[in-house]
Design a protein around this ligand. Structure first.
Ligand SMILES: C[S@@+](CC[C@H](N)C(=O)[O-])C[C@H]1O[C@@H](n2cnc3c(N)ncnc32)[C@H](O)[C@@H]1O
Length: 236
């Protein structure tokens, strides 16, 4: 038994991307495949990432847009331009609510980093905190969106406990923050909820290591051809 476990751990550690890759078709029913390939259920309202700061790839945007179609309440850690917030909102029903949290530019130099947090991504977190006006402003999506300005470590998620169907974690990419945001996400997650993390890649080392460790305790999926990792409370 011990030998088997050691072998399993060794092969986990040797894989370049230890979290198992899954096809888009296992992410949500709207991405299912038929004899033609992807079905018409995968259609979304979409805007590509051309010229957008800290943008997701078009495939990643499609994934989040597809997941948004069945979500009544969405929470995003890290708004940046608000383009992804807008696209997610575009794909929800009229009665959906989106909460998006970001650091105000005036507070960007007051974050609570730990000594061990990745230095480069401390700087990135501050540099990307430059928006006080957002992409969705002036669009009909705006009425679904609650913009929260807060350091995610100061944010109190109590009121949203158990209520959020889709949580997108894309705030500060340092260990202490991704850990903080993940813990809060698990508290907010609804019974059918999904959590998606961005930047699962060696170039974001704290996110990469944190998710690799987390995947030893819960089932995580790395969505093929993306830097997205997904957790689903219940299988589809
Ligand atoms: C990678 S960008 C988010 C991109 C956005 N989700 C999108 O898809 O367009 C990261 C954002 O998180 C914000 N941020 C960084 N550290 C934060 C913190 N501690 N609390 C809240 N927001 C933070 C940054 O200011 C930036 O706006």
């Amino acid at each position: 038994m011990l030998k088997l476990r050691r072998q399993k751990n060794r092969s986990f550690n040797l894989r370049q991307y230890p979290i198992s890759k899954v096809d888009l078709s296992s992410v949500a029913p709207c991405f299912s495949i038929n004899e033609y390939g992807i079905t018409a259920n995968s259609a979304v309202s979409f805007i590509g990432g051309e010229g957008i700061v800290a943008s997701l790839t078009d495939r990643e945007t499609w994934v989040l847009a597809g997941l948004s179609k069945s979500a009544k309440k969405i929470f995003e850690f890290g708004t940046c331009s608000g383009k992804t917030t807008h696209v997610m909102a575009l794909n929800t029903s009229e009665d959906a609510e989106l909460f998006t949290l970001t650091i105000h530019p005036d507070e960007a130099d007051k974050l609570f980093f730990d000594a061990k947090d990745d230095r480069r991504h401390r700087e990135v977190a501050e540099l990307e905190a430059k928006f006080i006006k957002f992409y969705y402003e002036g669009h009909p999506t705006e009425k679904k969106i609650t913009q929260i300005f807060s350091d995610s470590k100061k944010f109190d998620e109590t009121e949203l406990t158990g209520k959020i169907d889709l949580i997108f974690i894309d705030g500060a990419h340092t260990k202490s923050y991704v850990e903080n945001d993940t813990k809060k996400a698990f508290r907010m997650l609804s019974s059918q909820g999904v959590i998606v993390w961005h930047d699962y890649k060696p170039d974001a080392p704290d996110v990469f290591k944190y998710l690799n460790e987390l995947s030893k305790t819960i089932e995580l999926m790395h969505i093929k051809d993306t830097d997205l990792v997904l957790y689903r409370k219940h299988p589809v």
